[in-house]
Design a protein around this ligand. Structure first.
Ligand SMILES: [Zn+2]
Ligand SMILES: [Zn+2]
Length: 344
């Protein structure tokens, strides 16, 4: 095996990522060395690259990427379950503390001590990545790495949001924002038997949402809340749009005892009237990626049902251009670095 690898690394905050040649890391106890086949590009990678400082505790330079899929080529001591040659994922969660209340009650993605691939440790924008065996999901037979990679963060995040919404036949789910995550959410919400209304400010994205199974579509705008009310209101609003402008629509659309699920990173405050919350019994929660079990469930689902999300393959060298397009809103779906086509 060669001793060096190509990787896209952050050498300083707010700088383009650099394509570097690095030593291939060696797996420690309980760790796997994975030769990456495909690596999805996430908005979080953009936030990390363009933040004012490195993430807390991160190595410097830092290899980004937390939607990796590849093949195990080496194993550290104590690895028992995953054989060499197995295809596994390198998802957001790299490790958790395993003893806090969120960890012990099925909410490990809220562990305050978690380590994340491509954030607190080196990630999958590289030809090789180290993952913990305990946190490496097996990729089911027949699932293409390009299809599987975005499930590691985008897919499991949408799945986690849909699970929290307590959907069922007869209920109505509003999916706000029909990019990659919203496209997953429309399909996953449909599978629960709920009626799905898709909202976006792009007519083209709404047309795509309809093709993915949305029962109704509403163009974002001042009358969007009213239109959702006319359709019976929302028993759940899942927000994937990174803007506080959606809030008046959500307040108007949500039914009593409905769930408002916050997924997108909206940093501006929204006006929340507690009296309204009191008499409506509306429930508001956030969601962040998902647990290992939720990821395994999603992978099993993706093997049986084709979850169709637009993916566009790019090369490792195309990463900065890809991140810039993501920043400009110029990506419909998910970008995936395809390492298989550019190995050298
Ligand atoms: Zn992500
Ligand atoms: Zn924990």
């Amino acid at each position: 095996m060669q001793s060096t690898m190509r990787a896209a690394v952050m050498t300083a905050p707010r700088q383009e990522l650099t394509i570097s040649r690095l030593e291939i890391p060696r797996p420690g106890p309980g760790e796997l060395l994975v030769q990456v086949e495909a690596s999805g590009v996430c908005h979080t990678d953009l936030h990390v690259r363009d933040a004012a400082s490195f993430p807390p505790g991160a190595p410097q330079p830092l290899t980004l990427g937390h939607e990796g899929v590849g093949v195990v080529v080496d194993r550290g001591s104590g690895v028992t379950r995953v054989p060499i040659g197995a295809r596994v994922g390198a998802p957001w969660l790299h490790d958790t503390c395993d003893h806090c209340r969120p960890c012990l009650t099925g909410f490990e993605s809220f562990c305050a001590a978690q380590l994340a691939n491509g954030y607190s440790v080196n990630g999958a924008f590289a030809e090789y990545v180290i993952v913990k065996e305990r946190f490496a999901p097996s990729i089911p037979e027949g699932l293409d790495p390009i299809i599987a990679a975005p499930l590691m963060c985008a897919g499991v995040t949408a799945h986690g949001a849909v699970l929290k919404a307590e959907l069922a036949p007869g209920k109505t789910c509003v999916v706000i924002g029909c990019g990659g995550l919203g496209q997953y959410a429309v399909q996953l919400a449909k599978l629960t038997g709920a009626t799905v209304i898709a909202v976006d400010n792009s007519a083209a994205k709404l047309e795509h949402a309809r093709a993915l199974g949305a029962d109704a579509v509403v163009l974002a705008g001042p009358d969007a809340g009213e239109k959702i009310r006319a359709l019976g209101g929302a028993d759940a609003c899942l927000n994937f749009a990174p803007t506080a402008r959606i809030w008046p629509m959500v307040v108007q659309a949500i039914n009593p005892r409905g769930w408002i699920i916050s997924v997108a990173m909206v940093s501006e405050p929204v006006p929340l009237v507690l009296e309204w919350l009191t008499y409506n019994g509306v429930r508001i929660t956030g969601t962040s990626v998902g647990t290992r079990q939720e990821l395994l469930d999603l992978l099993a689902l993706a093997q049986r049902h084709r979850l169709s999300v637009r993916t566009e393959s790019i090369s490792l060298e195309g990463i900065n251009e890809g991140l810039d397009r993501l920043a400009a809103g110029g990506v419909d779906g998910r970008l995936v670095i395809d390492f298989r086509s550019t190995r050298h």
